[in-house]
Design a protein around this ligand. Structure first.
Ligand SMILES: Cc1cc2nc3c(=O)[nH]c(=O)nc-3n(C[C@H](O)[C@H](O)[C@H](O)COP(=O)(O)OP(=O)(O)OC[C@H]3O[C@@H](n4cnc5c(N)ncnc54)[C@H](O)[C@@H]3O)c2cc1C
Length: 534
């Protein structure tokens, strides 16, 4: 039998949700229940170098993708979603996005306090000014770069003294510790020098201009991961107005055609909770659309096929976006890359245990990044279309001519005899490396995705038929119902919001964790303002 609890609001506990729960409960009058399907972080998730192993653990939802033509062709395993609504979302959207799609690639998502910020690669990248101006130009008032910049700064505690002095862009007062990586192989400097040789500046890619090569800035405090759980939820311990229910699974009960609560299954029982103010969904770009569809909010024909009674026909899931990546391997005959014998030694382990530095403090060997424009983008725009990552045992590439040049023609890389390590692709026997044909084939068969799922509950103005939430992150259908049925206010139902990576109309230029945290900060203010005025 369901238990009845009465609470003011409840959210999911990922990158955005942790921020919102923490910010809302700064006001002792707001009582928040935070529901999270996963449990606590652990010592593996704390250690940056172990980040890849997390995908094999229960801290990951372990989704995989539907097969589609054109990508992930080399991955044999077919995908099985237990849940039909989720299966449909990925199937539909991978068809929609062609090259940004995948066939049976892994789709890791954090199932733990802090969500994907607890299992990600820790890279701190805000995106490009034009990303947010672009959102605003689509009709999303309040989301231009100048309007979101204060929210990036609000979260930030940047430990790099040079960056921190640039107060227009950076801050040292926020919850999230952002630090430079504490260890690098010689390849890191070689990569930066090679970038310089080709005219790129070395410097901050999160400030005035994004086009640059730079050592990584990461979400890390004292050499350990600074997830949104650590940054925003740990400091709330002791707050009486925040309850965190771990291992809970949210189901929206939408029988009465309005969002008034959540049903979740925990400890063998169903529990119903009712929100006196709002239901806030921050379940991420895969699970937020799933929960909406299970609640009857989604594409009419698909809900019909699945036998889910329709509440509102909305293009939930149609805008799924991600970045794809192409890992290319280079070889050098100099003893400078990560190998277990060089970097996984008693000494390196002790250096992490004692000083929280050394190779274990580097996320998966990623030491530096570079934002560059290919021939398809006007370099004067400072709107790069390729992000390079130097992983000190291989290198990411632009899938085109630049990284060929960077490694084989720059003096810096020549000094260490770096050479592409081309593997033959049996499926494309006539493709000669490093031709475009070879790289095209490589990308389609050995596709890697960047895990930046976003856009599945797209934010847009009221006249945008592809939008799911409005610029204040509320569902369009609630606004329409409010307009015609004032009883919603009488019953104290002020709405249903989404605040996570799902709302991005267009994915940002770079990694998505920092923008999602910004979304959480801005959503918190939008929610507080609307509650104040209610
Ligand atoms: C492997 C990996 C590497 C990445 N690397 C980087 C990187 O280096 N830098 C970067 O900027 N970005 C990176 N990203 C992307 C970034 O981490 C995400 O964009 C961001 O964390 C998404 O935040 P979110 O709030 O939308 O969702 P999430 O952080 O995924 O949060 C959703 C939360 O909701 C919970 N939830 C979902 N469904 C339910 C349910 N039914 N009931 C209860 N709880 C539920 C989940 O368990 C999860 O905790 C990476 C992502 C992954 C997966």
């Amino acid at each position: 039998m369901a238990e009845q609890l009465v609470l003011e609001a409840f959210v999911g506990a990922g990158s955005a949700g942790s921020v919102i729960a923490s910010r809302l409960t700064e006001n002792p009058n707001y009582k928040v229940l935070l529901l999270e399907a996963g449990g606590d972080e652990n010592s593996i998730s704390e250690t940056p170098a172990f980040t890849l192993f997390l995908q094999q653990t229960d801290l990951n939802w372990k989704y995989k993708n539907e097969q589609v033509p054109g990508a992930c062709l080399g991955l044999k395993e077919k995908v099985h979603f237990h849940d039909h609504s989720l299966k449909w979302i990925h199937h539909k959207l991978t068809n929609y996005l062609c090259l940004f799609s995948f066939q049976s690639c892994l789709l890791p998502r954090g199932k733990v306090l802090g969500g994907s910020s607890t299992i990600n690669y820790l890279l701190y990248v805000r995106g490009n000014k034009r990303d947010f101006d672009g959102w605003a130009n689509l009709g999303n008032y309040g989301w231009s770069y100048e309007e979101v910049l204060p929210y990036f700064k609000k979260s930030e505690d940047n430990e790099n003294p040079v960056y921190a002095r640039n107060e227009r862009y950076h801050s040292t007062n926020g919850n999230l510790t952002i630090s430079d990586i504490k260890f690098k192989t010689p390849l890191s400097d070689i990569f930066l020098r090679a970038g310089q040789e080709f005219g790129y500046r070395i410097g901050d890619y999160n400030a005035e201009n994004q086009t640059a090569f730079a050592p990584l800035q990461i979400f890390a405090r004292n050499g350990t991961r600074c997830s949104t759980s650590k940054a925003f939820l740990h400091p709330t311990i002791g707050r009486k107005n925040l309850d965190i229910a771990k291992f809970a699974h949210i189901l929206i009960d939408a029988e009465s055609k309005r969002a008034y609560g959540v049903r979740f299954f925990r400890n063998g029982k169903y529990h119903d909770v009712y929100a006196r103010k709002e239901v806030i969904l921050s379940a991420g770009a895969a699970n937020t659309p799933q929960l909406l569809m299970l609640s009857g909010i989604g594409p009419k024909n698909e809900l019909k096929k699945l036998g889910i009674p329709l509440i509102k026909d909305l293009p939930v899931g149609f805008n799924l976006q991600d970045h794809y990546a192409l890992p290319l391997v280079f070889l050098t005959d100099k003893p400078i890359t990560y190998t277990p014998s060089r970097y996984n030694t008693i000494l390196t382990n002790m250096s992490y245990d004692i000083y929280r530095s050394g190779p274990l403090s580097v996320p998966f060997g990623i030491e530096a990044t570079g934002f560059i424009s290919t021939k398809y983008q006007d370099p004067k725009l400072d709107f790069p279309d390729i992000q390079l990552f130097l992983v000190s045992a291989s290198a990411a590439t632009d899938a085109g001519k630049f990284t060929l040049k960077l490694v084989e023609e720059s003096k810096a890389f020549k000094e260490v005899n770096a050479k592409y390590h081309f593997v033959p692709i049996p499926m494309c026997p006539n493709a000669v490396p490093p031709s475009d044909e070879y790289l095209d084939c490589y990308m389609r068969w050995y596709t890697t995705v960047e895990h930046h799922l976003s856009g599945t509950a797209k934010m847009g103005p009221h006249d945008d038929p592809t939008a799911v939430v409005d610029p204040e992150l509320r569902y369009h259908f609630l606004l329409i119902l409010l307009k015609f049925n004032l009883n919603f206010r009488v019953y104290g139902i002020s709405g249903l919001r989404v605040a996570d990576a799902s709302i991005m109309p267009i994915v940002t230029t770079g990694n998505t964790n920092a923008p999602v945290i910004m979304i959480g900060e801005k959503a918190s203010d939008l929610i507080k303002n609307s509650w104040k005025n209610a």
